[in-house]
Design a protein around this ligand. Structure first.
Ligand code: GLN
Ligand code: ZN
Length: 765
C-alpha cells in the first residue's frame, strides 16, 4: 500500500485564531492557561482534518506558538543566558526570545529573526556561546504533543529539525568564537535521548528535517551528517529525513549517511528532475517520500502530472517503497479555500489551500495503491479544472503575449549614460548638495484606516474617499513645506499595501479574503495571487501624484513597487516561468512610469525591497539567470523616460556586498538603502567598485519610535562621507514612515533637514 504523508500543517487556524489568542495573551487579555488551551484546540482540529481526509502519516510537533526553530532552542536548553537568567516561566521566556520583553524591570531585546530559506516565513536564529551545553528540556514538546495526539486517537509522526540544520542555521553569539557545527558531538546525544523518549511514548517513526541539504554546504557541515545519523539510527524510531525548497543532487555524497535510515523525502515540485538520481542513491530497502503536492503555492495539484512521477518512482522502487507527500510543510499556504466566498467561480476551482492539499495527498496515494479507477471521479474533476485554467481568458491575454514577444534589449536602456542624465536632471530639478527626501509613505493613521475600511465596505462614496485622500496629501505637503525637504512625496495614504495596491489595479491578479500565511510569530500576510497574463487597464498612481505635484513647491517623487517585488510578494503562477510574470509586470509599470512623466512627475522611485530574497539558494547558473531577468525587468520598467527624469530605487537592507553588481546594474540614478543600524564601513563597496551614481544610505532607523538627535544624524553623515563623494550623497531615512506617528516623524525629519543644511554650509566653503 502506498502511504500518504503531510510534512506539517499551518498553525493559525481558519480565522487566524492562534494570532488572536497569542496577541490577546501578550496584551494580558487572556491567561496563559487560555492560550495553552487554544493551542491544544487548534492541534486537535488540525489532526482531525488530516485524519478525516484519509492521510496516513500525520505530523505532530509541527505546531508552534511562534516558530519551530525557537521551539528547538528551548527543547535543547540552548536559551541564551540573557533570557535564561530572567527566571521567567517557560512560555514567557520563549516569547521574550521571540520578541523581546520590556516589563517589570526586565528589558531584553528579541533574538535575531531571519528568512526561512527563500520563503516569507521568518525563523529565530539559534545563537551559540563558547561554553554552550545542551540538555533535553523537561516535558519535551515533541513527546508532549505526540502523547496529546495519541490520547485523542491520532497516531502521528513527530517532526523535528535535524541536528545539522539546527546548528548550521544558527550563529555564534556576539563576543564568542565557537563554530556552531563544532557543537555537533555535544548536541547529538540529546537528540538520541529525545528519540528514545519518543519511542518510549509509542512513536515508531519520526520526520527529521534537514533542509540545509539544498544549500551549497561547507565540507565540515557535509561531514557532520554521517556521525550524527549513525548515532540517531540506533535510537529506536524509524527516521525519515526531509529536504525541501531545492534539490539535493549536489549533496548526494552525504546521503550515504542516511542509507541505514528508513526514508528520504525530496521536493519534486521544485525539482522533479532530481528523482532519477535520488532513486539511484537510495539504500536497497529505503523508502522515498515523494513531495508532489506543493507546500509553497496555492495551485490545485495537477494529478496527471503527479501520477506520472509517482508511476516512475513506483516502477523503480516498488509500491511499498514510496510515500506520497506534500513537498514541504503546508505552513506556507493558507488554511482553507472554503473560507473564500468572493473569488470568481472559475478561479476558485484552480486553487488548493492546506485543507484541500491534505486531501490531494490522500487521493494520489489511493490512485497509486488501488489504481486510477478507484478515484476516477476525482481525477476527472481535477483534469477539468486544469483544462479550465489552461484555456481561460483570464490566464491568456494574446495582446500581453504579443507585446512581450516584441521586447528587445534596447528597451532596457536609458537614452544616455548617467553623466549626461545627471547634467540634465540637475538643472531640471535644481537640487541642492545633499538633497533630502523620504522613502515614500507617511504615517498611516487610525483615521486613514477607518476611512479606507468605510470605502471598502461601501459606507462612503468614491468622491468622499478621494476627497479624504486629497486632504491627507494636502497635509503631507504642508508638513514637507514646513520641514524644508527637497524632493517631496505624496505620502501614500491611499495604499493599503505596497503590492496589493498595484495588484488591485492590474488585470491578471485575484484577491482573497482569508488566505493568510504566517510570516513571523503572530504576523500573517495575505499575498495576492497572479492567475494570468498581466496588464494595466488604466493609470494606477497618476491621479494622486499629479495632485500632489500641483500643490508642491518642490519636485514630487512618484512612487511605484517594482516588478520583482510585486512578483515575490504575491503567489505567482506555476504555469509560466517567473521571469515572464516579472516582464509582464515590468511592461505595466513602464507604462505607469511614462504616464507619470507625461503628467509632470520628474522623479520616480521604483521600490525593489524583495529583489535580494528572490536570489536562488545556491550560487551558480540558476542565480545568474535570476539576476539577469530580475535586473532586466527593473530596467524595462524604468527605462522609458527622458534623461532629465530621475529614477530612484529603494532597498530595505544593507547586506548588499554579495549583491552589489546586481544593484549597480539597475542603473538607477539614485538608490536609497537601509544603513542606520549597520556599520558605515559597508559603504566602502561603493568606492571599491567606483560606483558612479547617487546614494541615500538611511541616516536613521525608522523601526523604532525613538527620535534621532540632530547630532547623531550629523555623525552618521560624516561617517558616510568617508566613503561617498559629497555630490553623491542623499539624505533620507532608512525606509518608509508608515508605521510611525506624525509626532515622531516631524522632529526626526527636522533633525534630518538641519543636519543636511549643516553639511551643505560646510561644503559650500
Ligand atoms: N515606498 C514604500 C514606503 O515608503 C517602501 C516600503 C518598503 O521599502 N518596504 O512605505
Ligand atoms: Zn524600505
Amino acid at each position: 500500500m502506498v502511504q500518504s504523508a503531510v510534512l506539517g500543517f499551518p498553525r493559525m487556524g481558519v480565522l487566524r485564531d492562534l494570532k488572536k489568542a497569542t496577541e490577546a495573551y501578550w496584551a494580558d487579555k487572556i491567561s496563559q492557561e487560555d492560550l495553552i488551551a487554544e493551542g491544544k484546540r487548534l492541534r486537535l482540529a488540525h489532526w482531525k482534518i488530516q485524519k478525516d481526509a484519509g492521510v496516513d502519516i500525520i505530523p505532530s510537533n509541527d505546531f508552534s506558538f511562534y516558530d519551530q526553530v525557537l521551539d528547538h532552542i528551548q527543547l535543547f536548553s540552548a536559551t541564551p543566558e540573557r533570557y535564561a537568567s530572567q527566571k521567567l516561566n517557560i512560555l514567557d521566556e520563549y516569547f521574550a526570545m521571540a520578541r523581546g520583553r520590556q516589563r517589570a524591570g526586565v528589558d531584553v531585546p528579541s533574538m535575531e529573526m531571519v528568512k526561512w530559506f527563500d520563503s516569507n516565513y521568518h525563523y529565530t536564529k539559534p545563537s551559540f556561546s563558547d561554553s554552550q551545553t545542551f540538555s533535553l528540556a523537561k516535558d519535551a514538546k515533541p513527546v508532549r504533543e505526540f502523547l496529546e495526539a495519541k490520547e485523542a486517537g491520532f497516531a502521528t509522526r513527530p517532526v523535528i529539525l535535524g541536528p545539522v540544520s539546527f546548528l548550521a542555521l544558527g550563529k555564534t553569539e556576539r563576543g564568542h568564537s565557537v563554530e556552531p557545527i563544532s557543537l555537533l558531538s555535544k548536541l547529538v546525544p540529546v537528540y538520541v535521548e529525545l528519540l528514545k523518549a519518543l519511542k518510549a511514548a509509542g512513536a515508531d517513526s519520526v520526520q527529521i528535517d534537514e533542509p540545509v541539504l539544498v544549500f551549497d554546504l561547507k565540507p565540515e557541515i557535509k561531514a557532520a551528517f554521517k556521525p550524527a545519523y549513525e548515532a540517531l539510527a540506533t535510537a529506536g524510531p524509524e527516521i525519515t529525513i526531509a529536504t525541501y525548497f531545492g534539490d539535493i543532487v549536489h549533496n548526494l555524497d552525504t546521503v550515504s549517511a542516511f542509507s541505514g535510515l528508513h526514508a528520504l523525502h525530496v521536493d519534486l515540485v521544485r525539482n522533479p528532475e532530481q528523482l532519477e538520481t535520488v532513486i539511484k542513491a537510495l539504500g536497497p530497502k529505503q523508502t522515498l517520500s515523494l513531495g508532489v503536492v506543493d507546500g509553497r503555492n496555492i495551485w490545485k495539484n495537477d494529478f496527471s502530472k503527479s501520477l506520472k512521477i509517482i508511476d516512475a518512482a513506483a516502477s523503480a522502487l516498488g509500491k511499498d517503497r514510496i510515500v506520497i507527500a506534500t513537498s514541504s510543510s503546508l505552513l506556507h499556504v493558507p488554511h482553507t479555500l472554503a473560507s473564500e466566498k468572493k473569488l470568481p467561480e472559475e478561479v476558485y476551482q484552480w486553487f488548493s489551500f492546506a485543507v484541500e492539499k491534505v486531501r490531494e495527498v490522500a487521493i494520489l496515494a489511493k490512485a497509486a495503491t488501488e489504481g486510477p479507477a478507484s478515484v476516477q471521479a476525482e481525477l476527472d474533476a481535477n483534469a477539468a479544472a486544469q483544462k479550465s485554467r489552461a484555456e481561460s481568458k483570464r490566464t491568456n491575454n494574446p495582446q500581453v503575449k504579443e507585446r512581450l514577444s516584441k521586447v528587445t534589449p534596447d528597451l532596457y536602456k536609458r537614452k544616455s549614460g548617467f553623466e549626461t542624465r545627471y547634467a540634465q536632471q540637475k538643472t531640471h530639478l535644481s537640487l541642492p548638495l545633499f538633497p533630502t527626501t523620504t522613502i515614500g509613505s507617511f504615517p498611516q493613521t487610525q483615521e486613514i484606516r477607518v476611512q479606507r475600511n468605510k470605502f471598502t465596505k461601501g459606507e462612503i462614496t468614491e468622491e468622499q474617499y478621494d476627497a479624504f485622500i486629497r486632504k491627507e496629501i494636502d497635509y503631507a505637503i504642508q508638513v514637507q513645506d514646513e520641514l524644508g525637504l527637497d524632493v517631496y512625496v505624496h505620502g501614500e495614504p491611499e495604499r493599503n499595501d505596497m503590492v496589493q495596491y498595484f495588484g488591485e489595479r492590474l488585470e491578471g491578479y485575484v484577491f482573497t479574503t482569508h488566505a493568510w500565511v504566517q510570516s513571523y510569530g503572530s504576523r500573517c500576510v495575505r499575498p495576492p495571487i497572479i492567475v494570468g497574463d498581466i496588464s494595466r487597464p488604466a493609470p494606477m498612481t497618476v491621479k494622486e501624484s499629479k495632485y500632489a505635484a500641483s500643490i508642491s513647491k518642490k519636485p514630487m517623487k512618484g512612487m511605484l513597487t517594482g516588478p520583482v517585488t510585486c512578483l515575490r510578494w504575491s503567489f505567482p503562477r506555476d504555469d509560466v516561468h517567473q521571469s515572464v510574470q516579472a516582464f509582464q509586470l515590468a511592461l505595466a509599470l513602464r507604462d505607469e512610469v511614462v504616464d507619470l512623466e507625461k503628467n509632470g512627475i520628474y522623479v520616480i522611485q521604483v521600490d525593489e525591497p524583495a529583489l535580494r530574497e528572490g536570489l536562488p539558494l545556491r550560487s551558480g547558473k540558476e542565480r545568474e539567470a535570476y539576476l539577469d531577468w530580475a535586473v532586466n525587468s527593473f530596467k524595462l520598467s524604468t527605462a522609458g523616460v527622458e534623461d532629465s527624469t530621475q529614477i530612484h530605487s529603494h532597498f530595505c537592507y544593507s547586506e548588499f556586498q554579495d549583491f552589489f553588481h546586481a544593484i549597480a546594474a539597475l542603473d538607477a540614478d539614485v538608490l536609497s538603502i537601509e544603513n542606520s543600524r549597520s556599520d558605515a564601513k559597508l559603504l566602502k563597496v561603493f568606492i571599491d567598485e567606483a560606483y558612479p551614481r547617487h546614494i541615500g544610505p538611511g541616516v536613521y532607523d525608522i523601526h523604532t519610535s525613538r527620535i534621532p538627535p540632530e547630532e547623531e544624524i550629523k555623525q552618521r553623515i560624516s561617517e558616510m562621507l568617508q566613503y561617498l563623494r559629497p555630490e553623491q550623497l542623499w539624505i533620507n531615512p532608512d525606509c518608509g514612515l508608515k508605521t510611525r506617528t506624525w509626532e515622531q516623524v516631524k522632529p526626526a525629519l527636522t533633525h534630518l533637514v538641519n543636519a543636511a543644511k549643516h553639511f551643505r554650509e560646510q561644503y559650500k566653503a
